[in-house]
Design a protein around this ligand. Sequence first.
Ligand code: F6R
Length: 635
Amino acid sequence: MQILEAAGQKQLTQRERFEKVRTLVHPSSESASKALAAEVAALIRERAAAGKTTVLGLATGSTPVPYYRELIRLHQEEGLSFESVTTFNLDEYYGLPRDHPESYFRFMRDQLFDHVDLDPSRIHIPDGTVPMEAVYDHCLDYERRIIEAGGLDVQILGIGRTGHIGFNEPGSSADSITRMITLDRVTRQDAAADFMGVANVPRSAITMGVGTILEAKRLVLMAWGANKASIVREAVEGKVTDQISASFLQNHGNATFLVDEAAASNLTRFRFPWLVGPVEWDAPMKKRAVVWLARKLDKPILKLVDEDYNENGAGGLLASTSEAAYEVNIDIFNRVQHTITGWPGGKPGIDDSRRPERSEPFPKRILVLSPEPADALIGMGGTLSRLREQGHEVKLVFQTSGNLRVADVAALNFARVVLEMAETSHSPEWESQTAYARSIVEAIDAKGEFGIDPDFVRKLKGLILRGEARDAASVCRLRYHDNQFLDLPFYETGRYRRFRFEAADAESVRAILAEFQPHSIYATGDASDPSSPQAIAFRAFTEAWKGWDGGTRQESRVWLYRGRDRPFEAHEIDMAVPMSPDQLEEKAESIRRFMSINEDDLNAPARNREIAATYDALGMAEYEAIEAFRRWIPA
Ligand code: F6R
């Protein structure tokens, strides 16, 4: 029973001809996961009716979470039974006790096993606690059990930024079997938030091999969010290579990539649609094609000639108008040029018909939403500074406390300062503070290497991060009272990869909109992995927007920025705010005020330089750096 299409491995239509494996694109991870769950449920039912078991290959991480939620719903509401199901998980970290909150064993219990009628004796997950000398046999035994169960009927997969499936990091061969593997640096970096710091992420894991996975009768690889877009493209359109283990799916007769629009956005049919078929040459499509052509040929826009268009697959653009290349060039050049402004809040008293932001009212009330505390500084620190300098009333709202990112040592340092103060003061008045500080030290000691913080430690960590956030914002000229902290509930009760949106999150943001009545809003998270704090914070905003009526809503303009996600491409930019070398250094300084910052975050200024270099290459003025924004138009 197959509901998702996977007719052979090749794509069928012209539009999809660059794709070497069937790729289905859904508007959201939820609709995609429902479709997959429907297929799997039908398979389970069909086989159970014939007295057969179904062997499901499972994955962990954020990607399959909506799929598991749907399976649970099907069980609870539509009577889907898992009694006839046997499961095998792809992988497990090596060295984590099974009850560790980040062990895949625990993850599976929380996300699926505890909520359905699976027989525990039919559940298989590699054991990350077997002694080193027993790992080899354990892995062989795992392979044997899969074979004895009759092989995997449907194996679901996520994809890492290294292109791994399971934990088959670059270099894993097509015939590899279950084994111990060393995790790639990028993979460990991506897991850093889950483990509260990269240093805590295990260095190795036990994983099914590529060969084990390819033996499954059916493979479905899911991917959500813009951060997966480039690796999805490589796996789907690129060469089959052991450097990207997901590319081996191209050689499997019954594999499907199931992706949301953001993860599909780099596929040729979406990114360069004119290369694969007829397109409607509206203004955004023209801009996209001309910018692409200029970048491809490494020429400024105004130097493109008719042959450039015709010889590179963009002849259709010229054919669609009566204009020659030069006229098209000028039109697009002007459009790109007009995105540049040093007045992100609008320049008062002048004609704004070609400017990204309106002149009036001036000054404006400007609301900046930062999902985790560092996001806004990383994404738009320079623009924040400008908005304040130009006299706007800026409210920087930190949506979540971000407390999971704060290292133990920061809390311990605080507690030790309190203890030393108490000791030197020799005063009985310090008794309760001393008791508090001791309880912090004890709680951190007690939770051990990978343990979970009790609420009062999370609270302290959140307050420490508040201090850093205020400090960082002050480097960007914000005053103490310009900052507001929402501590959205979804974050306080959750963990990375498992956050869940709650109505209270939206209500909290709606209350700010209604009270502050902003003229402009800056937000991010629209293309993030759906279970990330950024995506949920964005959802809190969009739901809040729907529930906000009256006031300045009609005239309010929403700008999207990019913090930790893939930066906008040049053609996507509606507003480009240039920065001088000094302003860029100021932004870098503000990011450094966060102790929990990682390498990627510190690279934010380099990304701003890259945007400026792209604008320069297109023939715009040469700036040191640019922060980029895109208009959000509510559906
Ligand atoms: C997990 C696994 C990994 C993940 C991949 C993506 O069992 O095998 O391959 O699927 O690392 O992780 P997320 O879904 O968290 O982005």
